[in-house]
Design a protein around this ligand. Structure first.
Ligand SMILES: [Zn+2]
Length: 376
C-alpha cells in the first residue's frame, strides 16, 4: 500500500484551496448551450483568460466545417463555436491530454438558467456538474502542480471543445490529433457516483440523418404508382430499433416528411442516434445500418442517402485505461469551499495504484480529477 506523500498532499491542498466555487458560479451564469454561439464565444474568452495562469500557448481554434441535413434533405453548413487549445512543454518526454467541454445542453431559451443552492453543499445550475465544475477542478489541479514546480517532468495539452453535447462534429479531429502520442488522457465529466467514484468506460455515439426519396402519386387516383417515403422511413426505423442490444443503444429520434392526406409522400428524413459500447459493436451497428438501408431501399423502391457517422468512438475500460483509472482512484478525495467551510463530507481512498502501473507518478496523482463535485 502506498499513501500520499507530504509533497503530494501539499499540492492537493493547494488545488483544493483554489476559488473553484466562485469560478463555477460565475461560469454557470453564462449560457453556453451548444447552439448559442455568442455565449460560447464569451465562455471561450473566459476560459482563455483563466487558463492563461498556466504556462504554454493558448489558442482559440476555428472548428472543422460541419454540414447538417435540413428537413428538405439539403445539406447546409452548421456553425459551431471555437475550441480552446493549450499546449505546455511539448518537448517533455511524457505527454498527457486533459479534455473538457464548454457547451451545455441548456440553450439560451431553456428555462434552466440560474445558479442556486439546492441544499447545504449542493449547487445547482446549468453546466455546474457537466462540466464547468470539472473544468474548475482541472484548472485548480494544473495550477497547483505548476506552482509547486512538479510539472517540469511532463508536458500536456488541454482541449476544451464547444460542441461535445452535440457529438463533437467540429472538434473531433482536434481531439484525435491532441490525443496522439499521449501516455494518458483525463476528461473532467461528472463523477459516476455521488461519492466521487470516477466514470471509466463510456459508449461511443453516432448521429445519422437518413434521407428517403420515394415517388409522389395521388392517394386515390394512382396510389400504386407512388413510393411512400414515410412508410419506408417507418420500416427502416423499426428494423434499426430491433438491432438494439444491451451493448448497443438505438434511438430513432425523429421522422420528418409527408404532406397532404391525398398525396403519397415522396420525401422523409429519419434522424437516429446509436451508442455502441465497444468497437466491435460500432462495426456491427454500421453494418446493420447499411444492410437495413439497402433492404428498405430495395423493398420500397426508394432512394436512400445517409449523412453522419460515429464522431465519438466507444471508450471501453481496457487494461491500460483500467490501470490509469485505479491510479486516479487512489487519490484522496477532499475539497474546501472557497468560504473556508469544510466539505460536507470527505473521504480518503487508501487503495494503492498497482505496482506495475506505468502511469502512476506523483504528478498524475495530483492532477487527477478527484475533488468532490458536490463541494464546489
Ligand atoms: Zn459532459
Amino acid at each position: 500500500m502506498r499513501g500520499v506523500s507530504g509533497e503530494e498532499q501539499a499540492v492537493l491542498e493547494r488545488a483544493a484551496a483554489a476559488p473553484m466555487l466562485d469560478q463555477v458560479q460565475a461560469w454557470a451564469a453564462v449560457n453556453s448551450g451548444s447552439r448559442n454561439l455568442a455565449g460560447l464565444g464569451q465562455m471561450a474568452a473566459i476560459y482563455a483568460d483563466a487558463f492563461a495562469a498556466l504556462p504554454g500557448e493558448i489558442r482559440l481554434l476555428e472548428p472543422s466545417p460541419v454540414e447538417a441535413m435540413e428537413p428538405s434533405g439539403a445539406l447546409k453548413p452548421l456553425a459551431h463555436g471555437r475550441n480552446l487549445h493549450l499546449r505546455v512543454r511539448p518537448e517533455a518526454p511524457a505527454q498527457l491530454l486533459f479534455t473538457g467541454h464548454m457547451d451545455t445542453v441548456y440553450g439560451a431559451d431553456h428555462p434552466f438558467q440560474r445558479v442556486s443552492w439546492r441544499e447545504e453543499g449542493v449547487l445547482g445550475g446549468p453546466g455546474v456538474a457537466d462540466m464547468k465544475g470539472g473544468i474548475a477542478v482541472l484548472l485548480a489541479a494544473l495550477e497547483a502542480i505548476e506552482t509547486s514546480g512538479g510539472g517540469q517532468g511532463f508536458g500536456y495539452e488541454v482541449v476544451i471543445n464547444s460542441d461535445e453535447e452535440v457529438g463533437s462534429p467540429g472538434s473531433a479531429a482536434l481531439i484525435a490529433e491532441a490525443a496522439r502520442g499521449k501516455k494518458a488522457a483525463l476528461t473532467y465529466e461528472p463523477a459516476a457516483l455521488p461519492d466521487g467514484t470516477l466514470a471509466g468506460a463510456r459508449p461511443g455515439s453516432g448521429n445519422f440523418s437518413i434521407r428517403i426519396e420515394g415517388r409522389s402519386a395521388h392517394a386515390g387516383r394512382n396510389p400504386e404508382e407512388g413510393r411512400n417515403a414515410v412508410v419506408a422511413a417507418a420500416d427502416l426505423t423499426l428494423r434499426l430499433a430491433r438491432s438494439r442490444t444491451p451493448s448497443l443503444s438505438v434511438n430513432p429520434a425523429r421522422i420528418e416528411g409527408g404532406g397532404p392526406n391525398n398525396v403519397v409522400p415522396d420525401h422523409a428524413i429519419l434522424r437516429i442516434n446509436m451508442r455502441p459500447q465497444t468497437v466491435d459493436e460500432q462495426r456491427r451497428a454500421q453494418q446493420v445500418l447499411e444492410d437495413a438501408v439497402s433492404l428498405v431501399a430495395a423493398e420500397h423502391e426508394v432512394g436512400i442517402t445517409m449523412h453522419g457517422g460515429f464522431a465519438r468512438p466507444p471508450k471501453p475500460l481496457d487494461a491500460r485505461a483500467s490501470c490509469s483509472h485505479s491510479c486516479a482512484d487512489a487519490v484522496p478525495i477532499s475539497a474546501r469551499r472557497s468560504d473556508g467551510a469544510p466539505p460536507a463530507a470527505s473521504a480518503t481512498a487508501t487503495t494503492s495504484p498497482p505496482a506495475a502501473c506505468p502511469l502512476w507518478t506523483r504528478w498524475a496523482s495530483a492532477a487527477a480529477p478527484s475533488i468532490r463535485r458536490k463541494n464546489i
